[in-house]
Ligand binder design. Sequence first.
Ligand code: HEM
Ligand code: HEM
Length: 132
Amino acid sequence: MELTIVWYLRMSLIYFVAGAVIGLGMILWPSESGMYTPVHAHLNLLGFMSMMIYGVGYHILPKFSGQHIYSPAIMKVQFWMANAGLIGMAASWPFTMGDSSFAGTVLMVSAILSLGSVVLFAFNIIKTIKAV
Ligand code: HEM
Ligand code: HEM
């Protein structure tokens, strides 16, 4: 398996553990849970689930189509954008509940990176898949 794909899968599983730990933390400390809900939701949905789909998708969809990945370079750039975006979102979200404009800026930049990585994935896969 290609190394970048292995790292998509590893990061997915790391985000799964982190998301689940925060979920348990939210049960243990319900008064604090509100500010961690978007962190928990996105570590699980954008981290675990989307990152798993990126990795499995990059590995299997080209094979199903009898093709190589359209752009391995986009796959690598997307990996860094997706991780930087998610980590930035997860780290800044709780601080945006106060009045920190710095956290708000980090969240905005990170959200744009996350969205960019989604668009790159869609583009790369659309250009890869072919009817056989
Ligand atoms: C060990 C596993 C998990 C624990 C202990 C846990 C715990 C929690 C808790 C306590 C909440 C807040 C509920 C509330 O007060 O409204 C929550 C919300 C949420 N969880 Fe989990 N969770 C776990 C796994 C997952 C997984 C695997 C996913 C997705 C793949 C997920 C997605 C969500 C989402 C999207 C919300 C927000 C729902 C909303 O908008 O109110 N959770 N979770
Ligand atoms: C492209 C990156 C994404 C950005 C920038 C983003 C942004 C946001 C924002 C700003 C919120 C409101 C959070 C709040 O309560 O203050 C939110 C909530 C939510 N998003 Fe996303 N999102 C992204 C991707 C996704 C994906 C891929 C999924 C599902 C697969 C998802 C599922 C959810 C859910 C379930 C909630 C409600 C959770 C909660 O109650 O906090 N998001 N998102």
